[in-house]
Design a protein around this ligand. Structure first.
Ligand SMILES: [Zn+2]
Length: 279
């Protein structure tokens, strides 16, 4: 039924505009509801580094039932748990972590940035301080976030070598079958000394990454990888090995260090990978 409706809408060029309008309406309604619900809980506790509000508790987020088994079984750090969504501006924990580390370690102001799959709160912030090229394989999904977003295949980009100071592909590589090609391309388009934000869902329990070549079965992917459009669950050590194999230097910033840096609401177990192309 969904497919029967989707196809003609795509042909008419109405699918993405309607989807954007639907998401905007939903966000507006839920935003109003969150602000009412959390009004009495502001002013103490954790901070949001996008709207600078503080709340005793942020909004939790948990996986859908069909995704939960794989996430729990492999103890995947995947953006779920307590304190995920800001009750005031709806920033997500993954955006707050990226911004915290950008501001603290990378300093994006004035830099030339390639932002893949631009996030709702991170994108306008970056565009206000830097020269940003927003891109995705399916740019229509992101037009309501950045109208200038372009179609780019991360595994085969048209950019010449060493064009960017920073590439951000936050929670993207777990969607890409040939992730090693994408890593090599990111390495290629970065300037020497350039940085990349390449967070992914990962397991510290697995010793090997779980994946199957050419998989395209949403139900199976939910059951195996914890999301209908993911193609693997990375073992953290293997993920770092793949990045190093592509040429990057990877420094792990441990969750304890992140918590000492700031009282921004974040996932207590998630580490940040500071990924650098050697100068
Ligand atoms: Zn906020």
């Amino acid at each position: 039924m969904k497919k029967a409706l989707t196809r003609p809408l795509k042909k008419l060029g109405l699918y993405h505009p309607l989807q954007s309008a639907y998401r905007a309406a939903l966000r507006s309604l839920s935003g109003t509801w969150y602000r009412i619900q959390y009004r009495g809980k502001s002013g103490k506790g954790h901070a949001c580094n996008f709207c600078n509000q503080r709340f005793g508790k942020f909004i939790p987020s948990f996986p859908a039932p069909e995704n939960a088994a794989a996430i729990e079984k492999h103890h995947v750090i995947a953006g779920y748990g307590a304190n995920i969504i800001c009750p005031n501006c709806q920033s997500t924990a993954r955006e707050r972590l990226a911004r915290l580390c950008l501001d603290h370690f990378i300093h994006p102001a004035g830099k030339k940035i390639l932002h893949i799959s631009p996030e709702r709160k991170l994108s306008p912030y970056l565009r206000s301080v830097a020269d940003v090229f927003s891109a995705d394989l399916q740019p229509g999904f992101y037009r309501d976030i950045d109208p200038s977003v372009q179609m780019v295949d991360l595994t085969k980009m048209d950019f010449s070598n060493g064009q960017f100071d920073l590439v951000i592909a936050n929670h993207v590589l777990e969607h890409i079958s040939n992730d090693r090609d994408a890593m090599l391309e990111i390495f290629r388009v970065l300037k020497p000394g350039g940085r990349a934000v390449l967070q992914v869902p990962y397991s510290t329990k697995l010793s090997d990454t779980i994946e199957s070549a050419g998989i395209s079965d949403p139900c199976w992917q939910s059951a195996m990888y914890g999301q209908e459009d993911h193609v693997r669950i990375y073992a953290l050590d293997d993920y770092m090995f793949r990045l190093e194999e592509a040429g990057f230097h990877v420094k792990v910033v441990q969750p304890g260090e992140l918590l000492r840096l700031s009282d921004v609401a974040q996932q207590p177990e998630e580490c940040f990978l500071l990924v650098t192309k050697p100068a």
